[in-house]
Structures are given as structure tokens and as C-alpha cells.
Write a protein that binds this ligand. Structure first.
Ligand code: PLP
Length: 432
């Protein structure tokens, strides 16, 4: 036990230490294009790896069920104040362990079992927690759904109005995981008020852009706003709820003791750090670069003959229809072929998909992570050419070899986590 407080992970548990080193190299040596992922700062990582993980702090700042919470209070109060400042919200709860738990808590705070909700169809870009039959939302509430127009592949707001009038939901849920276009929160707020419904806007994907005014904010139009903190917002893995003062008590009670026990104080401290970063002027520059990069990548993919859902993007993500009604390859095949050359994406259903979610007709790609690494439009165009060449010829060894080399050349120019990066002892991942 003597070296319990001093021994390094590499001595205590070499297997896990090696898995972490391998993961640092995997993230560094590949092109991360999963739209929901990002790279946090070294400062955020340090806060997450702090002794706050030891602390029980059930309750809220100054109202805890445990002693010794004075420094946990500092961290949580700062996270709350910064979240309110970023989004112009009256109340913030920074304790949700994840985006799903943020949503669950808002439902618990505002709905009764069996109430009606109207959410966006999962295959049109919605999220599991917006009413999927296997999720708590679909199990506990009566769900109807809305989606995109078949031609434009954009949200059909007139139809949403009609669906709201028919279904008379208690709550409309908006926000998406795979929707490449701007969401009209004002219009959705008007639709909700016309049928006396409340609105929850889940901005998990677009929170970073909302934070800096590069996507319209739902805060003035929606009773509840939820988000993850780890996507475009670039903080630790976690959730956040924003609401008006009138809902502060029910929301806080829904998180604790409603659906969670003790808060993750180390994660809350890291949220405070990330929110502090989001308040700096260069965070807006970063968000603008995410958008510029997505435009450049979308333009190049189109120039390479790829069909994009809705024919483009307004935000950080792009949905490529790789299946093209059977003329191309499946999303599953595309994901695997790209993975083999260290380009990481995820298969995704597209609106009116004829393939199952496990196969899917599309791949979803996003620019937040590579923008954090410092890549710009020129790199995006290069990556667009790489992606298109792999999707066109997924089985060509010559193409694979060429793209793998290009990926290595590109990633070497944009190093990350220099203090955590250790050269592999055996063959480098990039040479595998
Ligand atoms: C990612 C996401 C979530 C869930 O976040 P987790 O932290 O994985 O639970 C919820 N809603 C939307 C729209 C998302 O994109």
C-alpha cells in the first residue's frame, strides 16, 4: 500500500495503460470524422482526472447532503454561472451524467406517464430519447413523430403543424443527431403554442454553434433546452439542462433525487473549464471554422459525385447517401472500408431508408474534431477526395494503400496531446 498514492498507472496496470496509449495513437494517427465526437483540451482532461472524483456532493451548491462540499460548490457554481452566461438562460443544471439523462429528467419534470409527445423520427435525424419504442421515452409516453419532406429532405414545418394539431401532444421534442440543416426553433415554438404544448429543444449536436450565435438559439422559444457537453461544445462527456426560472425547481428535483444520485464533481469541474473556454473569443473562430470546413468538405464530396442528403449542409455534419438505391454500397460497408484506412465515420440511416439501421444507406460525417486539430478548408477538400475514392472502390488495394499514406501524411502535420503521445513500442498503428 506504500505507493498507493504515488505509483504510475503503467506500473499498477500495464494492460490498461497500454490500451490508453494505443487510444491516444489511434486518435492522433487517424482522421476523426464522427460528427458527435471532439477532442477536449489538456486543461479539461486534467480537471476530469482530479481528486473531485472522490467526493460525494448529492444536492446543489450550498444545499448538500454531505459535508466537505465547499470546493465542489466552487466548481459547480462556476459551471452553472458560465452555462447561463453562454446561453443567456435563466437556470442551468450541470449535473446530468449524459445527454440521455438530461432528456429523461426534463420528461420527469414536465410529463406524466402516458402523456403524448411529438418527436422527430429517428431515421429522419431524431434521437433515441425522443420517443424510440425501446427507449424510456417510447416506453413511458405515447409518441407520435414528424420528419422531413421527401423531396427537400428538410423538416416539413407545415406538416409538423398539422401533426401537432392532430396529436395534441403535451410536449414537442425538437433537435437532432443527424440533421444537416438549420432548425427553426422560433417556428417550432409557435407551433407548440398554437396547440398549447411545451417544447424541449435538444441541441446536443449544435450547442457549440448556438453558444456563439452561429445557429439560432432555442432559449427564447422553448421551455427546456438540453444538450450534451462533449460534442461541438467540446467539454467532458456529460449533459446540461437550461430552462426558465419557473421550471428550475422541478428540473433540479428531477435530476436529483429523480434520476441520479451523486453528481460527478470531477466532470462538473471539467464542464466549468470547457464553459470558460467557450466564453473566449477564439471559441467563435473555432465554431466558424467547423462550419467553413463542413462547407468545403460538402462541396468536394459533391464535386466527386456523391449524393448528400438535403444536397448539402448548414451545420457541422454531412449525410452521404452511399447506397443510392442499390447503385452504391451500404453504410455498413462504407464505414468498414473507411475504418480500414483510419478514417472514422459512422453508418447512419437516411430519411425514408430502405435498409435497416444496422446496415443503413448513409454515412454521417462531421468536422468538429478535425477543426479542433487545426485543419482547414484545404485539408477538407483533400479528405473529401480520399472518402470518395474509398466509397467508389472499397475493395481496391491500390486505393487503400494510397489513402492510408495520405492519412498518415496529413495527421503528422496536426499533432495532438504531445504530453500524452508515446510512440508505439511495436509497429506503429499507421503502418499496420
Ligand atoms: C448525442 C445525443 C444525445 C445523447 O447523449 P448521450 O450523452 O450519449 O446520452 C441526446 N440527444 C441528441 C440529439 C444527441 O445527438
Amino acid at each position: 500500500m506504500n505507493n498507493f498514492f504515488t505509483a504510475n498507472l503503467a506500473e499498477v496496470d500495464p494492460t490498461i495503460a497500454e490500451a490508453i496509449d494505443d487510444e491516444v495513437r489511434r486518435q492522433s494517427n487517424g482522421l476523426e470524422l464522427i460528427a458527435s465526437e471532439n477532442f477536449v483540451s489538456e486543461a479539461v482532461l486534467q480537471a476530469m482526472g482530479s481528486v473531485f472524483t472522490n467526493k460525494y456532493a448529492e444536492g446543489y451548491p450550498k444545499k448538500r447532503y454531505y459535508g466537505g462540499c465547499e470546493f465542489a460548490d466552487v466548481a459547480e457554481q462556476l459551471a452553472i454561472d458560465r452555462a447561463k452566461e453562454i446561453f443567456g438562460a435563466e437556470h442551468a443544471n450541470v449535473q446530468p451524467h449524459s445527454g440521455a439523462q438530461a432528456n429523461m429528467s426534463v420528461f420527469l419534470a414536465s410529463l406524466q406517464h402516458g402523456d403524448k409527445i411529438l418527436g422527430m423520427n429517428l431515421s429522419h435525424g431524431g434521437h433515441l430519447t425522443h420517443g424510440h419504442p425501446m427507449n424510456f421515452s417510447g416506453i413511458n409516453y405515447e409518441v407520435s413523430d414528424y420528419g422531413v419532406n421527401k423531396e427537400s429532405e428538410q423538416i416539413d414545418y407545415d406538416k409538423l403543424q398539422r401533426k401537432a394539431e392532430e396529436a395534441k401532444p403535451k410536449m414537442i421534442v425538437c433537435g437532432a443527431s443527424a440533421y444537416p440543416r438549420t432548425i427553426d426553433f422560433q417556428r417550432i415554438g409557435e407551433i407548440a403554442r398554437s396547440v398549447s404544448a411545451i417544447v424541449m429543444a435538444d441541441i446536443a449536436h449544435i450547442a457549440g454553434m448556438v453558444a456563439v450565435g452561429l445557429h439560432p438559439s432555442p432559449v427564447p422559444h422553448c421551455e427546456f433546452v438540453t444538450t450534451t457537453t462533449h460534442k461541438t461544445l467540446r467539454g467532458p462527456r456529460g449533459g446540461l439542462i437550461l430552462c426558465r426560472e419557473e421550471f428550475a425547481k422541478p428540473v433540479d428535483k428531477a435530476i436529483f433525487p429523480g434520476v441520479q444520485g451523486g453528481p460527478l464533481v470531477h466532470i462538473i469541474a471539467a464542464k466549468a473549464v470547457a464553459f470558460g473556454e467557450a466564453l473566449q473569443a477564439d471559441f467563435k473562430t473555432y465554431q466558424q471554422q467547423i462550419l467553413d470546413n463542413a462547407q468545403a468538405l460538402a462541396d468536394e464530396l459533391k464535386a466527386q459525385g456523391m449524393r448528400l442528403v438535403s444536397n448539402g449542409t448548414d451545420n457541422h455534419l454531412i449525410l452521404i447517401d452511399v447506397f443510392e438505391n442499390g447503385k452504391g454500397i451500404t453504410g455498413k460497408e462504407a464505414e468498414k472500408a473507411l475504418d480500414a484506412v483510419h478514417i472514422t465515420v459512422n453508418k447512419n440511416t437516411i430519411p425514408f431508408d430502405t435498409n435497416s439501421p444496422f446496415v443503413a444507406s448513409g454515412v454521417r460525417i462531421g468536422t468538429p474534431a478535425l477543426s479542433t486539430r487545426g485543419m482547414k478548408e484545404a485539408e477538407m477538400r483533400e479528405i473529401g477526395r480520399m472518402i470518395a475514392s474509398i466509397i467508389r472502390e472499397p475493395n481496391s488495394e491500390a486505393v487503400q494503400t494510397k489513402v492510408k499514406r495520405e492519412v498518415t501524411e496529413l495527421t503528422e502535420k496536426f499533432p495532438m496531446y504531445p504530453t500524452r503521445y508515446k510512440e508505439a513500442k511495436t509497429e506503429a498503428i499507421s503502418a499496420s
